[in-house]
Design a protein around this ligand. Structure first.
Ligand code: SF4
Length: 390
């Protein structure tokens, strides 16, 4: 029996619509919005179906897709329904992902009145040529306006997403993006490396040689630059891609409460097409099709496509893989309590090698990657978790 520490859960709502597909994106979404009314009806039914749970939730996250395609009245109704069917803590963090090309000053104010208290704005870049390469529907000016309007609407928890590692991107142009983000005085920054998924237009262009992605060394330089620049400019890294603005109390108030659930075995419930859920030791996910999702729910059936129960070994691998994504690292006491085995017993002798190379630090209480080690997270985590522990 694995003893996962009790934690409040998170609710993720997948809004599966976009204005246009970005060529690098493999999230599930449709540009045909004709099914929106049906989808909303089914989402309410899904909430009612799964609402009878003993879990208490302290985050609600609207992701997608492009949640800001929905009218504030629709978001208000979904939030109301969630509050009606679930135990939601009074201090809930309710985040809406926002595409700068879909918002107005008035709309952002209305989302706030609907109960949204955190915005995550998909800026991606403050450089017009980069936005064009990424196929974004918004301009640099619209991104700046969205941030400004969000502040005017009274949001004090604003995050923005940026993407780097574009073909030909120099350290200078990436620093210009980071600088704009710091100047915007947002409380949270997610900086993602552009990845090529094979089933996307970008992936195909790379496969056929039409687009050449930067090499690992160039990307690593931008990764190191990101950490150095943001830590020198008032941000604290708490996960490979995520940074919170430092508070005067030195606490984690600006970290995304919802995202942290994904790295700590907290339970989360996914609603909507393709959404994933986790409650130890089970993971499940909904059908990745609006049509199937709608037809299942209208027939009174569950929209779950598949379920899997994680074995103890899989949970150990995840604990290592996910824990090392965070700067807090793997909590040794928690690990031993959960798996009845010492972290060091699973990961020796690799720990010593990585420590020696300055990629990892081990204290009496935790094991975490150094900033240098974070750049090699995947290969380090794979080697640490590779020991036969059956
Ligand atoms: S707007 Fe976001 S979800 Fe939609 S296609 Fe672009 S990256 Fe994907």
């Amino acid at each position: 029996m694995i003893e996962v520490p009790e934690q409040a859960g998170g609710i993720y709502v997948h809004i599966p619509y976009c204005v246009r597909k970005c060529p690098y994106c493999d999230f599930y979404s449709s540009v045909d919005h004709s099914s929106v009314p049906l989808f909303l009806e089914c989402l309410e039914r899904e909430i009612a179906m799964v609402g009878d749970t003993d879990l208490v939730f302290d985050t609600i996250y609207f992701g997608g897709g492009t949640p800001s395609i929905l009218a504030p009245e629709d978001i208000a109704r979904i939030i109301e329904t969630i509050h009606r069917y679930f135990h939601i803590r009074a201090d809930v963090e309710t985040t809406l992902e926002v595409n700068p090309g879909t918002v107005t000053r008035e709309g952002l104010a209305k989302y706030r009145r609907a109960g949204v208290n955190r915005l995550n704005i998909g800026v991606q870049s403050f450089n017009s040529a980069n936005l064009e390469f990424l196929g974004r529907i918004h301009s640099v000016e619209e991104a700046a306006s969205a941030i400004e309007w969000a502040r005017q609407a009274g949001y004090d928890n604003i995050g923005i997403d940026l993407i780097y590692g574009l073909p030909g991107q120099s350290k200078r142009t990436w620093l210009a993006d980071l600088n704009r983000a710091v100047e915007a005085e947002v409380s949270h920054l997610s900086c993602y490396i552009l990845t090529c998924e094979s089933e996307t237009p970008l992936g195909r262009d790379v496969d056929t040689g039409l687009t050449k992605m930067p090499d690992d060394g160039a990307v690593r330089e931008l990764f190191d630059t990101t950490i150095e620049f943001l830590t020198n400019n008032g941000f604290r890294q708490y996960e490979i891609s995520n940074f919170g603005r430092q508070t005067t109390d030195g606490d984690d108030a600006n970290y995304s409460r919802h995202n942290q659930k994904y790295w700590s075995f907290a339970p989360y419930l996914g609603l909507g097409p393709s959404a994933h859920s986790f409650r130890s030791p089970e993971r499940r996910w909904n059908h990745r099709s609006i049509e199937t999702y709608v037809s299942q729910i209208r027939a009174g059936k569950s929209p779950i496509a598949e379920k899997e129960t994680l074995t103890r070994e899989q949970m150990i691998m995840e604990a290592i893989y996910l824990g090392l994504r965070t700067t807090r690292g793997v909590d040794l006491e928690e690990f031993e309590k959960m798996f009845k085995i010492r972290f060091e017993d699973v990961c020796e002798p690799e720990i010593s090698n990585f420590k020696h190379e300055g990629l990892l630090k081990l204290t009496d209480t935790c094991c975490a990657l150094t900033p240098k080690g974070l750049a090699y997270h995947d290969s380090i985590a794979a080697r640490l978790a590779s020991k036969d522990i059956m």
